[in-house]
Design a protein. Sequence first.
Lengths: 346, 346, 346, 346
Amino acid sequence: MPAKIKTAVLGATGYSGYELARLLLRHPRLEKPLLFRRPSENGDGGDLAKLFPALSGNGGFPLQPFSWEALKEVDLLFLATPHDVSRALAPGAVARGIRVIDLSGAWRLKQPQHRSVYGFHDSDAAAAEELTDKAVYGLPELNGEQIREASLVANPGCYATSVILALAPLLAANVIGREKGIISDSKSGVSGAGKEPTSRTHFVSVADNLSAYSVFGHRHTGEILEQLNLNAAELIFTPHLLPIPRGILSTIYVHLNREMQPAEVQSCLQDFYAGKRWVRVFETPKLPEIQFSLHSNYCDLGFCLADDHRRLVLVSCVDNLLKGAAGQAVQNLNLMYGWQEDKGLA
Amino acid sequence: MPAKIKTAVLGATGYSGYELARLLLRHPRLEKPLLFRRPSENGDGGDLAKLFPALSGNGGFPLQPFSWEALKEVDLLFLATPHDVSRALAPGAVARGIRVIDLSGAWRLKQPQHRSVYGFHDSDAAAAEELTDKAVYGLPELNGEQIREASLVANPGCYATSVILALAPLLAANVIGREKGIISDSKSGVSGAGKEPTSRTHFVSVADNLSAYSVFGHRHTGEILEQLNLNAAELIFTPHLLPIPRGILSTIYVHLNREMQPAEVQSCLQDFYAGKRWVRVFETPKLPEIQFSLHSNYCDLGFCLADDHRRLVLVSCVDNLLKGAAGQAVQNLNLMYGWQEDKGLA
Amino acid sequence: MPAKIKTAVLGATGYSGYELARLLLRHPRLEKPLLFRRPSENGDGGDLAKLFPALSGNGGFPLQPFSWEALKEVDLLFLATPHDVSRALAPGAVARGIRVIDLSGAWRLKQPQHRSVYGFHDSDAAAAEELTDKAVYGLPELNGEQIREASLVANPGCYATSVILALAPLLAANVIGREKGIISDSKSGVSGAGKEPTSRTHFVSVADNLSAYSVFGHRHTGEILEQLNLNAAELIFTPHLLPIPRGILSTIYVHLNREMQPAEVQSCLQDFYAGKRWVRVFETPKLPEIQFSLHSNYCDLGFCLADDHRRLVLVSCVDNLLKGAAGQAVQNLNLMYGWQEDKGLA
Amino acid sequence: MPAKIKTAVLGATGYSGYELARLLLRHPRLEKPLLFRRPSENGDGGDLAKLFPALSGNGGFPLQPFSWEALKEVDLLFLATPHDVSRALAPGAVARGIRVIDLSGAWRLKQPQHRSVYGFHDSDAAAAEELTDKAVYGLPELNGEQIREASLVANPGCYATSVILALAPLLAANVIGREKGIISDSKSGVSGAGKEPTSRTHFVSVADNLSAYSVFGHRHTGEILEQLNLNAAELIFTPHLLPIPRGILSTIYVHLNREMQPAEVQSCLQDFYAGKRWVRVFETPKLPEIQFSLHSNYCDLGFCLADDHRRLVLVSCVDNLLKGAAGQAVQNLNLMYGWQEDKGLA
């Protein structure tokens, strides 16, 4: 039995951080993780099970105040923090030889025009730029090789995960007519908006409702464009807020650049994800629904092809807190240490 | 005070029929409507307030078994029945001089290729064809003049209402690049699926879920195409089932055939609906949400324009039981008798 | 046509205040009401339809900063404000000859031990005490006569309304064995917790959940005790937070002090509420459900009697924003001006 | 490594049966279970993952038509069937030496007056009576010893589990004043009503609603009475239908027969469940909520004591499909084979 790996979670009190802590606690190759509140949070100490009573009855999960000292023995640090905190802390961790998986948007984007929506204020701009270059976009199905060696993994956005995984096979096969435009009409549960109480996340605002938001301006757009080598004119991404706690469904519209048969599209998706543990391709015309991947690390994909053999509707579902955040982070961890991809996730 | 009009509702025990009965009961120009169960329903007699206790305490609402005899004094008959029942009964009513507003899909479509999805089996095909020609598609904002004179009004589908009203102004202004395709990604509450208990409408199937259905094959597609003079290759319409009881939101994607400014698009919509009581155009970038039009007869419209001034996202919301069904039926009734358009609806 | 009455709403931007504004705007005997934000609210001015877009398209609803000057012509002031604000402002209004209907808990309680949970800090304690004596508890079915003449009406709490109306007939008939204890297990939708975003009202906290709160300590307990002349040992009132936006259901358990037949209990309830417009008594064993009274001013009552003819379960439902708040306020207004009880509410 | 045990599930296509199948599939001491549809179900064969796509991507889960032949090698049979099916099949299984865990109400009740609500029609009444005597009520925290040796375990009802576990410690300590009556006001998610689509389980009937049902007449009442040695006059049990897919919360009201301190009540509960893996006792005044035990096998208990030290409110939560059904069945399985109580459940 090899020695276990020591991990820490910074920001364990948010939705993704908590979900991550739960996964790490039962991961067979890990010591019990260190859990930190966000630097900005009031209330040093305490216990995670007080905040999330679902955890209680399983021993203590002490929350520590963050310090570099406390990270001394840590092999890998998860940052489940706002992007500015991740931007400030990741360089220090990497410099100390600690591998980092960051769940925020801080390190996902290489191109300045996409990063600008975040408005980063780096104290050491050169170091931040250098680390940006080294950071690996942590989508295991696409970037597995680089993730294995990475010192900093930028865990993808939840929406971006659902959209990129749906489109990657078809773009790789070069069958999409990009000039006609790709549209992702995406819908997410409320946990994607974070744990902060706002008028937007108030129960009465969300229940019995549906709303579109950030049209032509959502931060995940840049990730999708970069990972799929699209330009801004080729994609419209429209997020919506669903009256459910968790789960994402993206309905994606593409034009094919040649006529295809359903079986061809089916093969294109299935072959691309052959052997990939966490992507399920449904047989057309059966489509995934949000419930099917809830509480799992799966990305579910399905499609319908029009009678003209040219127009394609793809449906992609993920649990935004798992494949869209904490689950994918554990999948990345597994890659980084050479473990099976479903360790701690099955 | 002019004499009151006598109406009847066939199918008052379904969601739309009940909603219609409620509206008619408080309409100031109507006698208390006669209420009929569907011909196929078990249980002659009874009282609508037994089935919908929200009605109780306001006197009796007896349900009658259907007969032509009972319709003798009736001026106008609402058919809130399955399309085959509407198809069978409307000719008889019209022949007896009773005006008809049909809430089903029986009489909405002129073009045989669109009607084929319904698979009508008319006992008198010639009469049915003749009545099809006379039937007026009851979207008051577009067809007000014809509705006024109609003997048979085909009340539009709920999805179709939301999509047609959003697109009509831009198509009328001839600013849409149809060849690039129009997409309506539409989402509806469960009452749109009817009152019949099925595995699809079971609470556990719908809650915490979202699903796309009838992709490339929903019956409302034909209505949209006919009313907007589009051909099938120019539109994709994708319905989704939302975990809410009622309400529709359509997110609609169009390419403009020339660059436009937001103010121009705004005017295009506002001018088209100037003086229309039941359409509200939001000021960009404010978008409608399902909650805003719930329990009202409004269709709410809003839009966002991309930086390239070419790509447009429209959002359209209706309450599927009101502007999408019973409310619009009353709006049509008001037109047919020359009353103000918000009589019984304000 | 008599002159219309001039009203104002202070706190029109909260859930109850908004609901009240909507009712007043369509009330046939009122001028368009003046709408004020709460004194503490940021953002003077603005329009109520901006905050509640459901209102839009019906003209302007300007929000004014509060001042006594602005109230000069006002006949009746609704306070939809926190209790401390109501406590501070009501004396000034009454002194100026303005009648007041207060929707907070500020003036509902006569007995100091019940008031203590609110911790009032009155600047003029004697004046506050005097006004407390004059205030009428605004439950029209019980206190109609006093409400007619009142200068200050303390509109009941939502939970209290549901509990008091269920128990009043049986207590009046002296058939309850109080010494065995009365229990109200009450469940409310989230709008009852107010519009302030908190971790408790976050969608993710409420959805797929149910929780009891304020056990043995909810503020509405005092109202129930005072109105029903119970002592604290005779009642347990336990509120729960339901994953719905609005509506209250109270399940109430009582012991009868003698054997009764179902028909006797039925008569007891029905006779008590004979001629009362806004109470509906269901025929046992049919029970009210939250949906039945939603969006109405009804209080729905029903019951089941055990085989031993001694133990009784009552079920009472109200819409917490209507019969539990704004609707009841309008019902009180109607009484105060001698109008029909359903004016503006039907 | 000892040989694995061979199990089968009859009725794997219902909610409890499916949940059970999922648990058994990952249980480390079991072979892959045989899965049977209910005898009455149409559609022999098929695959469980077709009906529950959440299962897909993990190999095949073939559904077999039921036959005794197919059960030949089976050690233990789970019956997730309607009570009449369980009543008909359990004797045959036991006679063949197959141990049985039955999830229905068929074998839970010893006393004829409680059983009468089920209206059993046994073909061999003597055999059925004999097996009734041998059946063990499968609540592991109370009947662990007998469960270990049982050939037929009657898995408790979901409501009954929540109520019995809350009351057992206090009744054992003899501190409840039974003559004043015990009340359990219980609320359940919709999966408790089964997978059959009915007007009661239609999404539109349940959403935005709450309803009480089967007042003074729910089948689980008998279980509670028998297990706690109460007579019918000492308990009122009122179930309600919550607008959530799963989870139960029971609010339970008892009178103490002497004054107690909160710490005493706390100890009473904690001591009773010391070492019990699947009961969590919360520290007063912290109360469990439905979310906390969802997707787990925990029963969560909490309480508040009135100032008079006499009146006690208990709150008890379970996931109706786990601790209330399939999870408890696995817990029983573990006991029956001498495995740790959390095998396959952690």
